[in-house]
Design a protein around this ligand. Structure first.
Ligand SMILES: [Zn+2]
Ligand SMILES: [Zn+2]
Length: 229
């Protein structure tokens, strides 16, 4: 666990590579994504180290309904009674407990979605969110393509950006595998929607970029947006 920006903690839930984020809001804690099935226990330990409890989580925002983000969700909802928020285009996936057959552009993606280990206990969202909505201190940015309802979140007080799976940072910045995205062309077009004047970038997969390191992100994003036309 480490600070991403004032008011935001990064909690690695598997090794140091898969992250969820905890945002302190005036009315309680907002969790961004959950993780695999082990994540609720990891999150509980992280909260206890801060002198907080799992029950302090007031709402859980899901960047998109992929198993590595939501497999631990049902258990966490049971333990926290938190509200669950997701974009309306991913809400049916979350409620179905799996990525649908047309949810990935490539055969590899469709094949792995048949594996029971990549299904999850269905969760009905408390409410859906749309582009421009505010969730506590976070502003929703709809960035479709990785999934139809994928969202990034901008923490307005600090201008830290949580990109979900819109951009991966495993060693280097990358779009992620096309076969696992619902629509790679739509994903690439979404890069123009992400702000570049940010103070920190939190990735669901990989190490964060802080301070001056965000220049590298801005440059990469400009190139990705340009090549998408
Ligand atoms: Zn994903
Ligand atoms: Zn992911």
């Amino acid at each position: 666990m480490s600070g991403l920006a004032p008011g935001i903690l990064r909690i690695p839930t598997r090794g140091d590579g898969d992250n969820c984020f905890l945002v302190t809001d005036e009315d309680g804690l907002t969790l961004v994504d959950v993780g695999w099935k082990n994540a609720p226990t990891v999150i509980r330990h992280a909260l206890e180290a801060e002198g907080r409890r799992l029950e302090d989580i007031r709402r859980i925002v899901i960047t998109h309904a992929h198993p590595d983000h939501v497999r631990g969700l049902a258990e966490l909802v049971t333990r926290t009674n938190a509200d669950v928020l997701i974009h309306e285009q991913d809400a049916p996936w979350l409620a179905a407990g799996r990525v649908p057959r047309d949810g990935r552009s490539g055969r590899l993606g469709r094949t792995i979605d048949r594996v029971p280990l990549l299904h999850w206990q269905p969760v009905t969202a408390t409410a859906t969110v749309a582009d421009g909505n505010r969730v506590g201190a976070l502003r929703v940015i709809h960035t479709p393509g990785h999934s139809p309802g994928h969202i990034a979140l901008l923490h307005e007080p600090s201008r830290a950006l949580l990109v979900g799976d819109a951009v991966f940072h495993r060693g280097e910045l990358a779009t992620g595998p096309d076969a696992l995205a619902a629509d790679p062309a739509v994903r690439n077009a979404s890069y123009a929607r992400l702000p570049r004047d940010v103070t920190a970038v939190g990735f669901s997969h990989g190490a964060p970029l802080l301070g001056g390191e965000t220049d590298h992100f801005a440059t990469w994003l400009a190139g990705a947006a340009d090549s998408a036309g």
